[in-house]
Design a protein around this ligand. Structure first.
Ligand SMILES: Nc1ncnc2c1ncn2[C@@H]1O[C@H](COP(=O)(O)OP(=O)(O)OP(=O)(O)O)[C@@H](O)[C@H]1O
Length: 892
């Protein structure tokens, strides 16, 4: 305690703390001895040990008063064992507060004397903070990730503890939402069409787990000062601006999605609870009401019957009474007349009198009975009236309950909609986060590359400067000599420093010029390459690697390396790690967005408008991003090729109207499931006409030799109004998504179990020259190529059959490509429905392009290698020049 006096506040705090702990230790010891004696005294309470106890108590009081002379007043009360336990429990909370700022030299010195270094104190403070968190608020929800939490995550331990808490209590829906890395949205990517069941979930758990799943991948990336790195690494202003705007856009989107997601999940739980409670109450009330109504109806019926009986009885008695009166009247008149006429009949009269009296008595009885019946009737009537009132009240109650029930039903459907929206947002969120991560990684790689380039340039520059300095010194020496020897030579030969600088600048300018020329040359080369490919009729092959997803078992260390030229890649062999190099028409890195991918295929889409048969298909293992590429994962920036292609065609059709072109467009959507064709839009056909949608579809060949699917639904798409056209497309994609055969596999939560082919039929007519143009765009999302063991299909007979059908048709596709590349006389198109359907595009009549989608994980490198070998085979196929389908009307 003496150390605390005369030192800084910091020191005094530490000193106090040690003092407190010392006091605590001594008082604990004292209390222990006190408790021992107290316990013994309980057993034998003799006067001597009573006095002992009193003495001990007095001593204890004295001691505690003495130790708490610093002003504490807790000596006024004898500490109980409860106090002791409380103290023990709260010891963490009572830990001495640590200095808020960095310790000064003097405080360090004190800390050192107390045996606590600055580093230890810092750790202690962290521990203290964590203990506070865990003891004070064990169920505290971790903070929502904001921009700052995403960018600056430095407390690894804290991350781990938050992460583990998140994992606890993860509900099936959450697991589903985490697996939703592979989930499709309802419009384009929720094509699988399985409405999720309404499972009540705790809000905290849901949002926490969803956020944890979606932010986990973001946190894995080391924090980068993006602005700084863009400034440092990117040379041109446009690139800087575009990168910044892209980063900003993505960050905003992520923030917005997270906000929406939290709002939705927060509003869900109370609604569901209310719904459950109301429904239970409603069920009970309904049962009770029905029982009461039944009982009342029965009672009412009985009362009615009784009333009718009584009425009948009343009528009968009334009649009887009338008859009796009549008889009495008759009897008395006959008595009076017979009195005068015949005294001999005295005995008869007496009899008659008796009869009359009897009858009167009877009459009185009947009248009493009638009165009682009347009373009973009145009471039944009042009872009936009461029952009616009660029934009316019950009916009102019933109606009210029904209204409430309808309200709840409405809120339930709203809830369901919110859940679907949440699901779509989750998918979009996952895809956006993955993309964001990929961009970050790309940026880091670019930074490393430009660092290396910068370093090389610095080195070059340094050498150049040294060389120039040397040259200059030589020239200066020479100039000095020349001045000494011959002044006339001086002006002609001496170059000063300014001239040399000008030369360097000139050289730099030339380098920049050459670089620009190189870039231009590269563009021209690409164009030429495309032209050559087109003339040769090669099938173009693009490769796309998807970014790591939260559901991937590993989250970094890709097996694939895409070269900066965007045309080659290297993949590490899973078995021995040796690299395999491949070159294709285009290789997209994981950071490539949907817009970038579409800009590379838009020319191809344009070809369909120019009258070509165009086929674009995506190939790859399950979960590698085929559907993401073709359809997309949600709306906006995550839209895939199909919606973007339709949008482009609609725009083009609008601008072509100025050249008197009129375009008509219709869409079909089918799937090939277990080698059978299934019309995904047949439900739309039924609305239009009453044709049966169960008829089997067959591929046929037209008179012109073109293949078509007989009976396939074609839905016209509005070309005059682009917005209406896009809305139609969205609706038909939703219909197709519901009809599509999707089932869960181990590798993709919503894997496509069939090949899907989206067909756009385009027909243009030129009013000026009567030209008729017909083109088709086939966008084909192939089922995932997969090994039975990895997909878990081997254990399920249905899944096994599906997988075998998928693998067989993909192998038929491979056979066709092999036959084409070997220029065989027979191409086995008919071996599978897929190749037979796409025959026109694969036989030289049309243009074909293949997307090979790859997963970046090392676990998938075997499948990726197979896909790339398949792609190489496809790339070598030469189909010949594609044919344009255009004809001119005879009138022109
Ligand atoms: N380039 C990408 N950027 C962001 N997310 C992606 C990308 N590619 C794929 N994903 C995501 O990966 C998941 C799986 O992708 P997708 O469903 O497209 O795979 P698939 O190859 O069609 O699988 P399957 O053949 O089983 O249907 C989806 O959640 C999707 O959003």
């Amino acid at each position: 305690m003496s150390a605390s006096t005369g030192t800084g506040s910091h020191r005094s705090i530490l000193g106090d703390a040690s003092g407190i702990s010392n006091t605590r230790a001594s008082s604990r010891a004292r209390r222990k001895s006190f408790c021992v004696s107290d316990r013994s005294s309980n057993q034998v309470d003799t006067p001597s040990n009573k006095s002992d106890r009193r003495a001990l108590l007095a001593e204890w009081r004295k001691q505690t008063r003495g130790t708490s002379s610093a002003g504490s007043d807790n000596t006024a009360r004898i500490p109980t064992s409860e106090d002791y336990n409380n103290k023990k429990r709260n010891r963490f909370h009572e830990a001495p507060p640590l200095p808020p700022s960095a310790p000064s030299a003097s405080s360090n010195a004190v800390a050192a004397t107390d045996g606590i270094s600055a580093r230890e104190r810092l750790q202690l403070r962290k521990q203290q903070k964590r203990l506070h968190q865990s003891t004070d608020s064990p169920n505290q929800t971790p903070p929502m990730p904001t921009k700052s939490t995403i960018d600056f995550y430095d407390d690894e331990e804290e991350n781990a503890s938050v992460g583990s808490r998140r994992l606890v209590g993860r509900s099936p829906l959450i697991r589903k939402s985490l697996g939703g890395a592979r989930r499709k949205s309802l419009s384009f990517s929720a094509r699988r069409g399985r409405a999720s069941p309404l499972v009540p979930q705790p809000v905290g758990d849901y949002s926490q787990a969803t956020i944890s799943s979606s932010t986990r991948s973001i946190r894995k990336t080391p924090p980068i000062d993006l602005d700084q790195s863009i400034d440092d690494d990117v040379e041109t202003m446009e690139e800087k601006i575009s990168l910044r705007s892209r980063m900003k856009e993505m960050q905003q989107r992520v923030d917005q999605l997270e906000k929406e997601k939290i709002d939705l999940s927060m509003s869900k739980a109370p609604l569901e609870n209310r719904f459950r409670e109301k429904e239970e109450a409603w069920q009970k009330e309904q049962t009770r009401l029905y029982q009461e109504i039944d009982a009342l109806a029965l009672a009412s019926k009985e009362a009615d019957e009784r009333y009718r009986d009584l009425e009948v009885k009343y009528e009968a008695k009334h009649e009887e009474c009338k008859q009796l009166r009549h008889a009495v009247r008759k009897a008395s008149s006959s008595v009076h007349s017979s009195q005068a006429a015949d005294n001999s009949t005295w005995s008869r009269q007496l009899q008659n009198d008796r009869d009359v009296a009897e009858l009167r008595e009877k009459l009185r009885h009947v009248e009493e009975e009638i009165e009682s019946i009347r009373l009973a009737k009145a009471s039944i009537e009042s009872e009936l009236h009461g029952t009616k009132i009660e029934l009316e009240a019950l009916m009102r109650n019933f109606e009210e309950l029904q209204r409430e029930y309808e309200e709840i039903a409405t809120s339930t459907s709203e809830n369901k909609e919110a859940e679907i929206k949440l699901e779509i947002l989750t998918t979009t969120h996952i895809a956006t986060s993955a993309q964001l991560n990929a961009v970050r990684e790309d940026l880091a790689a670019t930074k490393a590359r430009s660092d290396a380039v910068l370093e090389a340039k610095d080195e070059e520059h340094r050498k150049e400067v040294e060389k120039l300095k040397f040259d200059m010194s030589v020239l200066k020496t020479r100039a000095g000599k020349v001045t000494d020897n011959d002044d006339s030579m001086c002006e002609a030969e001496v170059e000063d420093e300014a001239v040399l600088r000008a030369r360097i600048e000139e050289r730099d300018r030339k380098i920049a010029e050459l670089e620009a020329q190189l870039l231009k040359g590269e563009q021209v080369r690409r164009q030429m390459h495309n032209r050559i490919q087109e003339l040769r009729g090669n099938i173009r092959v693009f490769v796309r690697t998807r970014p790591f997803l939260p559901g991937d078992q590993q989250t970094s260390d890709s097996s694939i390396e895409v070269s900066p030229d965007g045309e080659s890649l290297s993949i590490a062999d899973k078995r021995n790690g040796s690299p395999h190099d491949f070159r294709f028409d285009k290789v997209f890195p994981p950071s490539a967005g949907q817009d970038q991918v579409f800009s590379e295929v838009s020319d191809f889409v344009q070809s369909a408008l120019d009258g070509y048969n165009v086929c674009l298909f995506s190939y790859g293992q399950t979960g590698s991003g085929k559907t993401h590429t073709m359809q997309g994962s949600g709306n906006g920036a995550m839209r895939g090729i199909i919606p973007r292609a339709v949008e482009q065609i609609l725009d083009q059709a609008r601008t072509s109207r100025a050249q008197n072109w009129e375009f008509k467009m219709s869409a079909s959507f089918l799937e090939i499931y277990n080698e059978e064709l299934k019309d995904l839009l047949s439900s739309m056909k039924q609305k239009v006409s009453n044709q049966s949608n169960n008829a089997k579809l067959a591929i046929k060949r037209s008179k012109e030799g073109r293949s078509f699917v007989d009976g396939l639904t074609e839905v016209a798409i509005e070309t005059e109004d682009s917005d209406a056209g896009m809305r139609q497309l969205e609706a038909l994609m939703a219909v197709a998504a519901r009809a599509r055969s999707v089932a869960s596999t181990k590798m993709n939560a919503q894997s496509s179990r069939s090949h899907s082919v989206f067909m756009l039929h385009l027909r243009g007519y030129n009013k000026d020259n009567g030209a008729i143009m017909e083109g088709t765009l086939n966008l084909c999302d192939l089922a995932g190529s997969e090994r039975l063991d990895r997909s878990g299909a081997a254990t399920d007979a249905k899944r096994l059959r599906e997988t075998q059908a998928i693998n067989k048709s993909l192998s038929c596709l491979g056979d066709v490509f092999t036959a084409l590349s070997q220029r065989s006389s027979h191409i086995p198109y008919r071996n599978s429905k897929l190749t037979y359907l796409l025959q026109d595009c694969l036989s030289g009549d049309g243009k074909a392009m293949m997307f090979v989608n790859l997963s970046p994980t090392r676990l998938s490198s075997g499948e990726s290698l197979c896909s790339l070998r398949f792609a190489t085979r496809v790339n070598s196929v030469e189909l010949g020049k594609a044919k344009k389908h255009i004809q001119y009307n005879s009138r022109k």
